[in-house]
Each structure stands twice: as structure tokens, then as C-alpha cells.
Design a binder for this molecule. Structure first.
Ligand code: DAH
Length: 340
């Protein structure tokens, strides 16, 4: 073939029909290949032409080359676009794409505080004892000397499953389980765990919360031993400058019974807004274990005596971190939780 425009038309048609880049490459070599491409061949015998004819042919050949190159480039980008579009459909997951960074979680603040309490008391020789959250009325009340119909039951308004079975209202029933299991004093245990009461959620109370109970049964224990233990625990958690005091109170399972308070960390006991000008913050209840409770746990009160305490973990966490609303602990708002 020696007509540049006919050759160009052929090439452009072939290029338009091509379906792959390999095919395009073959067409490129066929037409534009340096030695044996059709376009180069047009120039064979140009030496025999006159100068004018040579110029006309040269120009036509250059034009043919330019047009074929243009058609190749256009078709090449068309094919590439189709290839990418197909790829997007057939391989929607691009395994070479870098993954999203993993966010690192952290221990919930209530778990942190619970573990700190456990660590401090374990250092004194206490062991962690767990009990069931679904309890019989006997363990939750009777065994703790809270008789049916006794007005003290109103302190624990509970969730019942039916007669005799309820969600425990405090961790005190684990005292009985522990005495029955261990049998032979000395007993030094703490019992962290969830409790349930029929209270509407408020800033200072919730229908579900956590307590840590402590129980010591040994020979000749005194209120001084109990207070010293609580003082050690409070100072380990909150600092050496904190003080502890006990005030007479009433619980059916202890005699004598006390509330125990911690000196306010903000005013140091002088009285300020955060302790309502009392200088002290209420933490929990405690006392010497009632002989009937020891008996209900299978322990002879003429041989042994004991002390016990119970307090809320949420309250301890509020005191530690100056949180003024208990509900925040359970709302799973990361802006709150990430602070601890
Ligand atoms: N169980 C009590 C409550 O939930 C707290 C308590 C008070 C526990 C005195 C004790 C104790 O072990 O000795 O209100």
C-alpha cells in the first residue's frame, strides 16, 4: 500500500476495533514499526522522486504518522478507563489499600477502681470470693438476721423473680456463702460484685451498682482492727493525708454497727461545698459480725468473732475522680470514659 491517507484510514479503523492493549501494541508495530512498519515502507523509493514530489510525500507520511499516533493514544486511554471500571466491579475489595488504624480500648474506670481495692486488700491477706447475683431470700435476708416482716427490709427494696428468689440487693449474702464454704476460720475475704435495688436512676443511686464486701472471722478481733483495715485501704487508694471515722448506726447483721466516713479530699476536713460543709464523706457501712450471722454461716460464735464492711464501688470511684453523677459510669460515653 502506498497511499498515506488510505493507510491512515485502515489504521484508524483497526485501532477503533481493538479490545486489548496487547492488540493495540501489535497494531502500533504493524503501522509505525521503524523498519518494516507500513508507514516506513511508504518512504521506500523516495530517493527516486523529484525534490518537489519528495516534499509532498514526506509531508503526507508525517501527517499519517501523527494521526495514527493520536488514534492509538485515544484508544489506549479508553481501554484503560474500561479496565478500571471493570476492576471496580469485580474486585470491590482492594487488598492493597491500607487498613484503618485500630483504636485501642482501655479498662473501664469502675473495673480499675475495683482492681485497686482488690490489690490493696490482697496485700493484707484477703482473698477475693464471688457469689451469685440471683439469690434466695434466705441468703439475702434471713441468714443476715433480717427477718421477714422486719422493717429493716425496707432498706433493700429488691427485684423478685417469684417467691423466695431475687436479684441480690447487696453483697452481704456472700459472707454466708464464704463461711459455709471455708468452714474453718480464720477467714479473710472480700467480695466485689453487682447488686440490684428498686431505685430510679439518680445522680447518687442506681437500680444496679457494685459493692465490695469485706469479712474477717478470727479470734479476738476488735473494732480497732476493723478501723485500721479501713484506714489502710482508704489511705492506699486516696493518699496518706486521708482520715477515717466511724459513726454508730444500725444493720441487722452487725452489732455494734457503724457508718464509715472519709475526710474530704478537697478541703482536708475543714468543710467545703463538695462535702456539704461536713468535712467528711460517707463511704459505707461496717460493724462486728452479729453472733447469729456467724451461726447461720456454720461458725461457733463462742470461739470466733468477726468484722465486716460493705461499700459501693461507684461511690469510691466518684470520690477518687471527683465525679458528681453516678449515671455517667454506665452511659458508655467515650468522652467521659476516655478520661480515666
Ligand atoms: N450490706 C449493706 C448495704 O448494702 C452494707 C453493709 C453494712 C455491709 C455493714 C456490711 C456491714 O458488711 O457490716 O447497705
Amino acid at each position: 500500500m502506498n497511499d498515506p491517507s488510505a493507510l491512515t484510514a485502515d489504521a484508524v479503523e483497526a485501532i477503533g476495533k481493538s479490545q486489548t492493549s496487547a492488540e493495540l501494541e501489535r497494531i502500533e508495530v504493524e503501522y509505525l514499526g521503524r523498519k518494516s512498519g507500513h508507514v516506513s515502507k511508504l518512504l521506500e523509493g523516495i530517493g527516486r522522486l523529484s525534490a518537489d514530489e519528495r516534499a509532498v510525500l514526506g509531508k503526507a507520511v508525517n501527517e499519517a504518522k501523527r494521526m495514527i499516533e493520536g488514534a492509538l493514544a485515544a484508544r489506549r486511554s479508553q481501554l484503560e478507563a474500561t479496565r478500571l471500571a471493570d476492576l471496580a466491579e469485580t474486585e470491590a475489595i482492594d487488598v492493597t489499600f491500607p487498613g484503618r488504624p485500630l483504636e485501642r480500648g482501655q479498662i473501664h474506670v469502675l473495673t480499675q477502681v475495683r482492681r485497686q481495692i482488690e490489690t490493696v486488700l490482697e496485700s493484707l491477706g484477703y482473698q477475693v470470693e464471688l457469689g451469685p447475683e440471683v439469690e434466695t431470700e434466705w441468703f439475702n435476708f434471713e441468714a443476715l438476721n433480717i427477718a421477714a416482716g422486719h422493717p429493716a427490709r425496707e432498706m433493700w427494696d429488691s427485684f423478685y423473680f417469684g417467691p423466695g428468689l431475687l436479684l441480690r440487693a447487696h453483697t452481704s449474702p456472700v459472707q454466708i456463702h464464704a463461711m459455709q464454704r471455708i468452714k474453718e476460720p480464720p477467714i479473710y475475704i472480700i467480695t466485689p460484685g453487682r447488686c440490684y435495688r428498686r431505685d430510679a436512676p439518680e445522680a447518687t443511686r442506681l437500680p444496679y451498682f457494685s459493692q465490695v464486701e469485706g469479712l474477717a472471722v478470727d479470734k479476738g478481733l476488735t473494732v480497732g482492727d476493723m478501723k485500721g483495715t479501713l484506714l489502710f485501704m482508704i489511705q492506699s487508694l486516696y493518699g496518706r493525708e486521708r482520715k477515717v471515722r466511724v459513726r454508730p448506726s444500725f444493720f441487722p447483721f452487725t452489732e455494734p454497727s457503724f457508718e464509715f466516713d472519709v475526710s474530704c479530699g478537697i478541703c482536708g476536713g475543714m468543710g467545703c461545698k463538695s462535702c456539704r460543709h461536713k468535712g467528711w464523706l460517707e463511704v459505707g457501712g461496717c460493724g462486728m459480725v452479729h453472733p447469729q450471722v456467724l451461726r447461720n454461716g456454720g461458725i461457733d460464735p463462742s470461739q470466733w468473732n468477726g468484722y465486716a464492711w460493705g461499700f459501693g464501688i461507684e461511690r469510691m470511684a466518684m470520690l477518687k475522680h471527683d465525679v458528681d453523677d453516678m449515671r455517667l459510669f454506665y452511659e458508655s460515653d467515650l468522652r467521659f470514659l476516655e478520661q480515666f
